[in-house]
Structure formats: structure tokens, C-alpha cells
Design a protein. Structure first.
Length: 131
């Protein structure tokens, strides 16, 4: 499934009510839900709903923080995760969900993913069985 959200669509709000709007998230959510099983951090004990707030957070971060690299942005996002309004009781710690936030941010910023680090090491763990 190819979602027509590109960096330019998301950033300019093309065809929506504005960058980072709920309409854009509802479209982006479908992409992440459909793609989830193929992501390296998807595990049998942590389904899409576990990561859903992280994908939304990364999507919203991309809309609101143009021109900043992930390295510059990550400390702010990590602090903001604790009080993020759509976290909805998600127990995930930053180190657990940051790969999903990064994936969403990278997808909609059109940027390059940073070089593998601890995130890739964590991703080497369990992969979900065919669900």
C-alpha cells in the first residue's frame, strides 16, 4: 500500500486542513498498521497498538520540526514523550519506542535514517511469527 504522504504533502498540508492535522494522522495510521508486521521491532508481544502512539508522535514531529536533524531533535522528543497527549497510558519507555518515532519522522521528512546504532541492535531480537 502506497500512502500519498510525502514530506511535501505533510509539511504543506496539501489536501488537508493543515500540517499535522488529525486527517493526516488517520491516513498515516493506515500505512503504519499495514506495514507493521514487516518492521524489525515488531514482536509477538508488542503489536501495532503498542507502537501506535509512537508512530503518531513521529508523524507530528515531522510536521512541526522542519529543518532539524534527528540528532538535534531526538533529545526534545524524548523529553516530550513523557507528556505527549496521545500517549494514552502507553507504558513504553523512550528506548523502546524511539525506533517507531524515528521511522515515522524519517518517512514524512523525507530524510535519511541515521546510521544504525542501539536501535538496530535491539531490532536483532525477536521477529513476530506469521500472524
Amino acid at each position: 500500500m502506497d500512502i500519498p504522504l510525502t514530506g511535501s504533502n505533510l509539511m504543506t498540508g496539501t489536501g488537508t486542513t493543515g500540517a499535522g492535522s488529525a486527517l493526516e494522522w488517520s491516513t498515516a495510521e493506515g500505512f503504519w498498521r499495514d506495514s507493521f508486521d514487516h518492521l524489525p521491532y515488531a514482536t509477538a508481544d508488542r503489536d501495532f497498538e503498542y507502537y501506535r502512539p509512537a508512530f503518531r508522535y513521529g508523524t507530528e514531529a515531522a510536521a512541526g520540526r522542519q529543518g532539524r536533524s534527528w540528532k538535534e531533535l531526538e533529545p526534545d522528543l524524548q523529553r516530550g514523550w513523557e507528556t505527549y497527549e496521545h500517549r494514552a497510558g502507553c507504558p513504553a519507555l523512550w528506548d523502546e519506542i524511539s525506533p517507531a518515532v524515528l521511522d515515522a519522522w524519517t518517512r514524512y521528512c523525507g530524510g535519511e535514517r541515521p546510521a544504525p546504532d542501539r536501535q538496530q541492535q535491539r531490532a536483532e531480537g525477536d521477529r513476530p511469527a506469521d500472524r
